[in-house]
Design a binder for this molecule. Sequence first.
Ligand code: HEM
Ligand SMILES: CC(C)=CCC/C(C)=C/CC/C(C)=C/COP(=O)(O)OP(=O)(O)O
Length: 325
Amino acid sequence: MQEVLTNNSPRLHENFSQVAKSYYQLTKPRIILLLLITTSAGMWMAAKGEVEPLLLVSTITGGALASASANTINCVYDSDIDYIMERTRWRPIPSGRVKKRDALIFAIALATISFTLLTVVANLLAALLAMSGIVFYVLIYTHWLKRHSVQNIVIGGAAGAIPPLVGWAAVTGDLSWGAWMLFGIIFLWTPPHFWALAMMIRDEYEGVGVPMLPVIEGDEETARQIWIYTLLMLPATLLLVYPLNLAGGVYTGTAIFLGAIFAQKAWLLLQTPEDKNLARSLFKYSILYLMLLCAGIVVDSLPATHNFTTAVVHNVHTFISAVLM
Ligand code: HEM
Ligand SMILES: CC(C)=CCC/C(C)=C/CC/C(C)=C/COP(=O)(O)OP(=O)(O)O
């Protein structure tokens, strides 16, 4: 006999949570987390460590909804190749758990709520930047470049660098050098982040005809380009300290320490480009690197940190003067 589903039925709850889980997976939540960390870094730096809580929560929520919308549209567009690749076959659309049409409606709803929230609580510039992130990621990266250009992630990577601009604009209403510098750091971070992963799963991309750098140019050339982007990114992180003067000692120490490990991993990969373990290690570290670098920005920008470092510098100065007298 068929079971009658009532509001209290355990099966109804189970079905609902399965559906909710599928929609949640469409948004690629773990990637969103790091995008939000970069948004927060932009906000803290712009606000010199004093961010209004309501603005913070609304901007993070608006940014998360915009990124979720972008990732969902990407899942709709790429469902044909996601179905073939091992890594992506379990996703909600290729595995038949969510229909493309429903996913698109979900993405439009997310973008609409994001735009409204950011416009009302932050400002129009932040809202427009978030929408431009969706458009850039979907049209320029996913539609235009991903399947047609070996430079796909270099140019398309600009979409992933937009979140700190959203955060900065939400706080100040405009974009200054600091905002563009954060954009530049993430822009230069993206090729080592992604190509390290692409070296690990080159065969999967080759199988679906996506012209990622390791597929077209091989491991050696990819490791060489990862090294070049690493060498460009590391000094870029320090431009926030000099000449921009937007970060202090805590950030400088963090950036140098984390950067040295990044350089070491990229260097080892350059020596042995075919070693997939080294590629995996660099890919994983790239994520930790960006998280900790952003944490460094936040901690460095706090007024308490500024007061503490000023006091330390003052005391060291007094001590040296006393010794020399
Ligand atoms: C064009 C630019 C980028 C490309 C092509 C790219 C590509 C990828 C791919 C293919 C994965 C593996 C995902 C999976 O296994 O399902 C990944 C993982 C990840 N990406 Fe990126 N990425 C880009 C930019 C970014 C940016 C800007 C961020 C955040 C600031 C980011 C954060 C992450 C994180 C956190 C993961 C790990 C997710 C997990 O643990 O499953 N990525 N990326
Ligand atoms: C402000 C704003 C909303 C910006 C959008 C930023 C955004 C969603 C960046 C995503 C970057 C990313 C994970 C690309 C991977 O796509 P892929 O298609 O190569 O990955 P896949 O093979 O795992 O599907």
